[in-house]
Design a protein around this ligand. Structure first.
Ligand code: HEC
Ligand code: HEC
Ligand code: HEC
Ligand code: HEC
Ligand code: HEC
Length: 477
């Protein structure tokens, strides 16, 4: 080899070695990142089923824990988060006076506020003036990390403990929760398996209700794993933890609490899903339910009109299930817990809050349009829903006035029967949309349909009350 070719050879060797090192370096780095992405957790502490303290889990999963803690911060959008002071959210019943009127005779007319972040769920329940009326231990199902207590009450069987807990007073159950050291708001163990970190549902109310829903004939194109289970021999009930897809689980974990329910010392906590998830399916479920004293189901008697009223509670899961997003496989977590990049890993944002504070990660991953435009679209949906809601509220108040007038003219219970029934139906629909927390966004057309029916039923009820008034013979007026 002459000097020149030696030199070229040397250069080639150096370059190749350099490239090799570069390639190895790259491979190592890719490998590291891949394994980081595949197994991003180093278990520093063991966690188990009884570890309700999120701080302990936070040692293993600091990123998720850090964002989880941010739920203690106040947030606000036009309709989301809360108004009021840091100490207490604003009263809904003062902001919308018709709300207070329709709840007369019920604890919600005493104290009914905006929701806020998960960090406050136990505190806000303990502080509400609704507790000045006797309440049941079932309240804790959705406001605390309550599973170990259910197991304790049921001698190891959580379902059995749950079935008992409605007979305990709120105060008894709360004292036990605090004594046993589980007085935490919704915690890691409520949505994650301690062994695998996989999503799972724990709440007995949800598990019973989703099984009843699966067994119903209601079409459920938005929940394909239920449709698949229906095609089997159905010997074992539908088990969400075994059968649901990951996408479905990303909504089911929220459906453990963000749903319509009945909760009192008369019977175990119940979600009304045995006939489907639409507003009239839920109504049909309640209409087919009898209270232990044998009477038809109702939440309270309206103190002015005497109508037997159904109170709706935050049906986010149900309304979402009627919208285009659920139909397209978009889960609660997609919008409310979007991914954040952290090195090569993706971390789900555990600061559960309004997605409007987070449009770029919550919406723009799918909607490639400007943030301003997305916000404007949401605002137009919400503003229309708000206007229709006020209209329905006005219609119901007019109906209540008409019933009052008929009563003042000594109309009989029989004459008032139809007006009261129509109030029950109208108010159920109005309250369903009012108590739902997205101001119509989760299923805009469905919300408008429901409010349209509410206005119609309230006006029919007003007419029925006017008829009842004029039906009263003049001599008895
Ligand atoms: C396509 C996105 C999307 C999906 C999916 C979605 N939401 Fe929402 N959600 C929103 C938007 C937008 C709002 C309105 C926020 C506002 O007004 O600030 C909202 C509002 C809420 C609120 C009130 C938020 C606040 O700050 O007061 C709750 C609670 C909620 N959603 C729960 C759920 C649950 C539970 C599910 C699943 C069953 C779900 N959402 C599915 C977009 C979504
Ligand atoms: C164990 C019951 C429970 C579970 C599970 C749960 N939530 Fe909540 N959520 C609540 C309660 C209770 C509040 C109201 C807390 C308060 O006002 O003190 C709340 C509040 C919220 C708010 C309002 C936050 C704000 O800043 O105003 C949003 C949004 C929300 N939840 C979405 C979700 C989503 C999405 C999921 C599923 C990933 C979920 N929640 C799971 C019980 C639950
Ligand atoms: C099925 C689950 C569930 C049960 C059972 C439940 N809650 Fe809640 N609660 C929620 C969710 C979800 C929110 C947040 C959404 C909202 O405020 O509409 C909430 C919000 C609240 C709030 C804050 C807003 C307000 O209404 O002033 C209070 C207080 C409250 N609940 C008290 C109670 C009491 C008392 C009981 C028992 C009678 C109870 N909860 C039972 C799920 C539940
Ligand atoms: C209300 C339910 C809920 C609670 C409470 C909750 N998580 Fe999650 N978590 C989720 C959801 C939904 C995902 C997304 C999982 C998926 O898509 O498979 C997730 C994902 C994760 C992941 C997987 C990586 C990632 O970020 O996507 C980790 C780790 C995690 N959570 C840790 C925690 C820890 C630690 C806590 C308590 C401080 C906690 N979670 C509380 C619902 C919850
Ligand atoms: C995982 C994907 C995904 C995410 C995240 C998502 N969307 Fe959508 N969105 C869709 C799909 C799919 C449709 C149905 C229309 C279509 O097929 O293009 C849709 C439809 C809509 C519509 C029109 C339908 C209606 O209900 O009137 C609006 C408005 C909308 N999205 C807003 C939002 C907002 C706001 C967010 C964030 C809070 C969001 N989307 C997050 C996928 C998504």
């Amino acid at each position: 080899m002459n000097k020149r070719s030696l030199l070229i050879y040397g250069v080639v060797v150096v370059v190749l070695a350099g490239l090799g090192a570069l390639a190895t370096g790259l491979l190592v780095s890719i490998f590291e990142r891949k394994s980081e992405a595949k197994n991003p957790y180093i278990h520093l502490v063991e966690v188990g089923e009884d570890d309700t303290d999120p701080a302990k889990w936070g040692v293993n999963w600091p990123k998720q824990y850090e964002s989880y803690q941010l739920t203690a911060l106040a947030t606000r959008t036009r309709f989301g988060g809360h108004g009021g002071s840091e100490a207490l959210p604003e009263q809904k019943i003062e902001r919308d006076p018709w709300l207070k009127r329709i709840f007369l005779g019920y604890a919600f007319s005493i104290d009914y506020r905006d929701r806020r972040g998960h960090a406050y769920m136990l505190y806000d329940q303990e502080e509400t003036k609704r507790l000045t009326k006797p309440q049941t231990g079932s309240c804790l199902h959705c406001h605390a990390s309550v599973m170990p207590l259910y197991r304790e009450l049921g001698g190891g069987d959580a379902m059995a403990g749950f079935e008992k807990s409605y007979q305990m007073s709120y105060q008894q159950m709360s004292a036990k929760l605090h004594e046993s050291g589980h007085a935490h708001p919704v915690s890691c163990v409520d949505c994650h398996s301690a062994q695998t970190m996989k999503l799972r549902v724990t709440r007995p109310g949800f598990i019973k209700a989703i099984q009843a829903l699966a067994a119903s004939p209601a079409p459920l194109p938005q929940l394909p794993s239920i449709e698949r289970w229906r095609a089997t021999d159905r010997r074992a009930p539908y088990d969400p933890n075994l059968l649901a897809s990951r996408t479905e689980m990303r909504s089911f974990v929220c459906g453990q609490c963000h749903v319509e329910y009945y909760c009192s010392s008369a019977m175990p906590l119940e979600f009304p899903w045995s006939k489907g998830l639409k507003v009239e399916d839920l109504e049909a479920h309640w209409n087919a339910t009898t209270l232990p004293n044998g009477s038809r189901f109702y939440d309270y008697k309206h103190s002015e009109s005497g109508a037997e009223i159904l109170k709706a509670q935050h049906p986010e899961f149900e309304l979402w299930s009627q919208g285009i997003h659920s139909r397209s496989g978009v889960a609660c977590a997609d919008c409310h817990m979007p991914y954040q990049r952290d090195g090569a890993t993706k971390v789900s944002d555990h600061w559960v809050r309004s997605p409007l504070l987070n449009i770029n990660r919550a919406c723009q991953v799918c909607h490639h349009i400007e943030e301003k435009e997305i916000l404007a679209r949401v605002e137009s949906i919400q503003a229309r829903n708000f206007d229709l809601l006020q209209r329905a509220g006005k219609a119901l108040v007019d109906q209540l006035d008409a019933i009052q007038a008929a009563k003042a003219a000594a109309a009989t219970d029989e004459q008032l029967h139809q007006a009261r029934e129509l109030q029950r139906q109208a108010q159920w629909r109005l309250d369903f949309v009012a108590a739902e927390n997205s101001m119509g966004f989760h299923a805009p057309q469905e919300a408008a349909r429901i409010l349209g029916e509410a206005v119609d039923l309230a006006r029919q009820g007003q007419v029925a009350a006017l008829k009842a008034k004029t039906a009263v013979p003049t001599e008895s007026r």
